[in-house]
Design a protein around this ligand. Structure first.
Ligand code: PGA
Length: 255
C-alpha cells in the first residue's frame, strides 16, 4: 500500500566466498551492469574483502557491507571485529543476526540486539535478519517467532534510529536450499514484521521500514517476490556470486 514510500534495497550476502582477486573481478563485472539501477545496492563481503570491495566500488552506486560485527568497542574478543573498525574503513552496512550466525555460532536474540545497538551507535546501517526454522513453520508459530525476534532485536532502538535499520525476513528452510518461499508466504511474513513495527513504534515507522525477503531468491523468481506489496527488495546469497544473475535481480527491483 505504501510501497512507493520505500526504496528497494538489494543486498548480496557473499558469505564465506571469494578471494580478494575474485571479489575485485565480481565488482568490476557488476558495476556497468547495474549503473542505472533504481534501487539501493549493497554487497556484504567477508572481512578480508572489505578493502578490495571499497576500492573497486568507489564512485559507483554499489555500497559495501560486512557480515557481522561485535557489540563491544574493543577488548579481549579474539577473532571479532568492532563496528568502529568497519566505519573507519568506510563500510556503511552490516548484516546482523543471519541465521547461519544463529545456528552455527551461538548467536541469540539478545546478542543480535547488542550487536544491532553497537552497529547503530557506530553509524552503520544494519541489515537485521529474522526468520523461522522449518519446525517452527510446521508448528504454525512463524508469526509469533518472527515478531519476537524483531522485538528483541530492536529493544532500545528509537524511532529515529529506524532509518538505519533494514529488516531481512529469511525463512531458514529457504536459505541455500533452492526452496524459495512463495511470494504469498514471503509477503505474509514481511507484513507481520511491518505490523510488529507499527505496534512497537507507529504507522509512519512501519510504512517507512524497508523489509527484504531472503532465501533462494534468484534471477528467475526475484521479479515476483519484489513485486509483493510488503517486500522491499532482497538479501541474496548464492545468486549474488554471479554478476549477471545479481544484475537481473537488481533490475527486477528497479521497476
Ligand atoms: P541464498 O542465501 O540466497 O543462497 O538462499 C540467502 C541468505 O542467506 O542471505
Amino acid at each position: 500500500m505504501n510501497k512507493k514510500l520505500r526504496k528497494a534495497v538489494i543486498a548480496g550476502n557473499w558469505k564465506m566466498n571469494k578471494t580478494r582477486s575474485e571479489a575485485k573481478s565480481l565488482i568490476e563485472e557488476l558495476k556497468p551492469l547495474v549503473a542505472n539501477a533504481d534501487c539501493d545496492i549493497v554487497v556484504c563481503v567477508p572481512f578480508t574483502n572489505l578493502e578490495t570491495a571499497l576500492d573497486a566500488s568507489k564512485g559507483s552506486n554499489i555500497k559495501v557491507g560486512a557480515q557481522n560485527c561485535h557489540f563491544e568497542k574493543s577488548g579481549a574478543f579474539t577473532g571479532e571485529i568492532s563496528a568502529d573498525m568497519l566505519v573507519e574503513m568506510g563500510v556503511e552496512y552490516v548484516v546482523i543476526g543471519h541465521s547461519e550466525r544463529r545456528q552455527y555460532f551461538g548467536e541469540t536474540d539478545v546478542t543480535v540486539n547488542k550487536r544491532t545497538r553497537a552497529a547503530i551507535d557506530a553509524g552503520l546501517t544494519v541489515i537485521l535478519c529474522v526468520g523461522e526454522m522449518l519446525e517452527d513453520r510446521e508448528l504454525a508459530i512463524t508469526d509469533e517467532l518472527v515478531a519476537m525476534q524483531t522485538k528483541i532485536a530492536l529493544n532500545g532502538v528509537s524511532k529515529n534510529e529506524l532509518s538505519k535499520i533494514i529488516i531481512a525476513y529469511e525463512p531458514v528452510w529457504a536459505i541455500g536450499t533452492g526452496k524459495t518461499a512463495t511470494s504469498a508466504q514471503a509477503n505474509e511474513v514481511c507484513a507481520v514484521i511491518r505490523t510488529t513495527i507499527e505496534k512497537i513504534y507507529d504507522k509512519a515507522a512501519a510504512d517507512a521500514m524497508t523489509i527484504q525477503y531472503g532465501g533462494s531468491m534468484n534471477a528467475a523468481n526475484a521479479a515476483e517476490l519484489v513485486a509483493q506489496p510488503d517486500v522491499d527488495g532482497g538479501l541474496i546469497g548464492g545468486a549474488s556470486l554471479k554478476a549477471s544473475d545479481f544484475a537481473v535481480i537488481i533490475d527486477a527491483a528497479s521497476k
